[in-house]
Design a protein around this ligand. Structure first.
Ligand SMILES: [Ca+2]
Ligand SMILES: [Ca+2]
Ligand SMILES: [Ca+2]
Ligand SMILES: [Ca+2]
Length: 601
């Protein structure tokens, strides 16, 4: 271990370093024995797990990745010249100009692709091996008083938003990431475009106002459309603002008004006015397939995260998924993976997009929900056992299974796990929030599935809630409601630069990454629950894998969600197990409160 070890033991939340045996080449027995002392500062060998030490990205398995999910606008502004988006004299892109207000949480803040490129070493050193960007395609800059800084309001599916940079700059970013052996994943949308189409009945004959109370257009069911439908129109001057051109024809949209998120409206309704594409139309299916084939051909990303998959009909995915997967293969991206976002906490519901929809993976909202119940709401660890007991739902006949699920603790819509702890009725103090946030992250790294760090979590970001409140700046922020937050494990605020490689979370996450990369069982192992309980306390899992030389590797990971130390004697499999890692110092035969440890049985 380099100087990392000493940083840990002096940090706010000391991590005890009985460093991963295969990473160190240290004698196994010696590591296990010395690990029984509470805090170790032993000199071990260098930390492994950086992308450059892994298999080449072209060959590397999806299950080997540590993801970092980032909103480029909120990350780092390396090019002030693009802060307003399109140039003032660029009439073709007029709707993609403006929206900058660094004091407003719902406006552009200036971050860009050049900033991401500049900060690649920061991500690399944390053990990030794959970067997932919010959508980067050209947006409508303003809708209903806020801006498209998040990227989900696309006008042009062929070029990069001018606030973020150019197509060339995106290629340069990907090239630089690939040179570090880091993968790049795009966030794509097929469900909707920006809000351009209006309804006469809601917005008047010119489409520019609101005739309806509450500023929403009630959903009109398909069965009644002959008698009761909206008259869709495009306001003057906006008839040709979308690219490719077919997207400007209102016949390719559902035009049934706003979704109320249930029944037919969930698939055919507008997402708060965003034009809902008629994904039931065969020409639209082909058009969307062509759009994203072209994106793959032009930029050669390593995969896609797909937005709002439950708001698109399943038949669409059955055509789209295989077409894109085979196109990526044909482009030489043999390990291309797509994972869908379906906001649901039910494994059976989520799994249908992998099984019927033929997507390789989905974001594991159900795991996020179980982690929140266990660590924020203080439910028993049975909630975790019950969740993992449903993993067989994800078994597909194409080789994809629960090990491909994408694990996260919070996100840009629901907010951060630290924010949820802050708002909890349990009134957690800072140390409790630190311990619980770190344990939540240990659960996403060391349970089956692929971990995602939500940008800023590694700097102790908290946030007042979800959506705009959870999209703080890494660069110095001027948003008052961000800057009044008490960040975890640091005296800094979001008004400061927060690319702090000495933040204890940054260092601990890099340690997690090193452990993850050192142990095949933690990335590929089949998971079985050994112990859970109806109250906060122990949750113990076993991960079993056949490594390449045919030898089985098994590891046991024990988590303690209680504030009190727990005796391990009831876990029979741990009787003669050797300790590989523990996040806190332990008394013999115990696991400290809000900590975890990894053992070799
Ligand atoms: Ca900029
Ligand atoms: Ca609309
Ligand atoms: Ca839809
Ligand atoms: Ca605040």
């Amino acid at each position: 271990m380099t100087n990392l070890a000493t940083k840990f033991v002096t940090g706010l939340s000391p991590i005890v370093l009985a460093m991963a045996l295969s990473a160190c080449g240290t004698d196994k027995e010696q590591v296990a024995e010395s690990a029984s002392s509470p805090i170790m500062t032993q000199a071990a060998t260098a930390v492994k797990g950086k992308a450059s030490e892994l298999a080449p990205y072209q060959e590397r398995d999806f299950k080997d990745e540590v993801f970092y999910f980032v909103l480029p606008d909120r990350f780092y502004n390396a090019d002030k010249s693009n802060d307003l988006g399109a140039k003032a004299d660029d009439s073709k892109r007029a709707l993609s100009r403006g929206g900058l207000d660094v004091t407003h949480k719902g406006m552009f803040h200036g971050g860009d692709l050049a900033g991401l490129t500049e900060k690649l070493p920061y991500l690399d050193n944390m053990g990030v091996t794959a970067i997932w960007l919010t959508p980067v395609l050209r947006n409508k800059a303003m809708q209903a008083g806020t801006s498209g800084y998040h990227g989900y309001w696309i006008l042009d599916f062929t070029e990069i938003d001018p606030h973020l940079g150019s197509n060339t700059e995106l290629k340069q970013f990907i090239d630089q990431a690939h040179q570090r052996n880091i993968k790049v994943f795009f966030d794509i949308i097929t469900n909707h475009t920006a809000d351009v189409i209006k309804y006469k009945e809601c917005h008047g004959d010119d489409g520019l106002g609101w005739l309806v109370e509450g500023n929403s257009c009630p959903f009109k069911p398909k069965a009644n459309l002959e008698n009761d439908s909206y008259t869709a129109l495009i306001p003057a001057g906006e008839e040709a603002v979308k690219y490719p051109n077919w997207l400007n024809d209102i016949k390719y949209y559902h035009n049934q008004g706003d979704s109320f998120w249930q029944g037919e409206s969930s698939v055919r309704g507008d997402f708060s006015g965003l034009d809902d594409v008629d994904t039931n139309n065969a020409e639209v299916v082909d058009g969307m397939i062509d759009i994203y084939k072209d994106i793959i051909s032009e930029f050669k990303p390593d995969g896609f995260r797909i937005d709002t998959v439950k708001h698109v009909n399943m038949e669409f995915w059955q055509a789209f998924s295989p077409a894109l997967m085979s196109h990526a293969q044909a482009q030489g991206i043999s390990n291309f993976v797509m994972f869908g976002e379906a906001y649901s906490f039910e494994p059976e519901f989520l799994s249908q997009f992998m099984k019927q929809g033929q997507l390789p993976a989905v974001l594991d909202f159900a795991l996020q929900g179980a982690i929140e119940k266990a660590l924020v709401d203080q439910k028993g660890t049975d909630v975790l056992a019950e969740l993992f007991a449903q993993d067989s739902f994800y078994q597909t006949d194409r080789g994809f299974d629960a090990n491909y699920l994408v694990n996260f603790t919070g996100n840009h819509d629901m907010g951060r796990i630290a924010g949820k702890l802050k708002q909890s009725e349990h009134g957690y103090d800072e140390q409790a929030m630190i311990d619980r946030t770190l344990l939540a992250h240990a659960l996403i790294y060391f349970s089956r599935g692929v971990p995602v760090i939500y940008y800023g979590d590694e700097q102790g970001f908290v946030g007042d809630g979800g959506d705009q409140d959870s999209r703080q700046n890494m660069m110095p922020s001027m948003v008052a409601t961000y800057n009044d937050d008490d960040l975890l494990a640091t005296d800094k605020t979001t008004a400061d630069d927060n690319f702090d490689v000495n933040h204890s979370f940054y260092q601990i996450f890099s340690e997690f990454a090193a452990l993850y990369q050192a142990q095949p069982a933690l990335r590929h192992g089949q998971q079985t629950t050994l112990y859970s309980q109806p109250t906060p306390g122990l949750f113990v899992i076993k991960r079993d894998v056949q490594v390449e030389d045919g030898k089985p590797q098994s590891l046991i990971v024990a988590f303690n969600t209680s504030e009190q130390a727990q005796p391990l004697e009831k876990i029979a499999a741990l009787a003669n197990a050797k300790l590989i890692y523990q996040s806190k110092g332990n008394e013999a035969g115990q696991l400290a409160g809000l900590s975890f440890a990894i053992y070799k049985p």
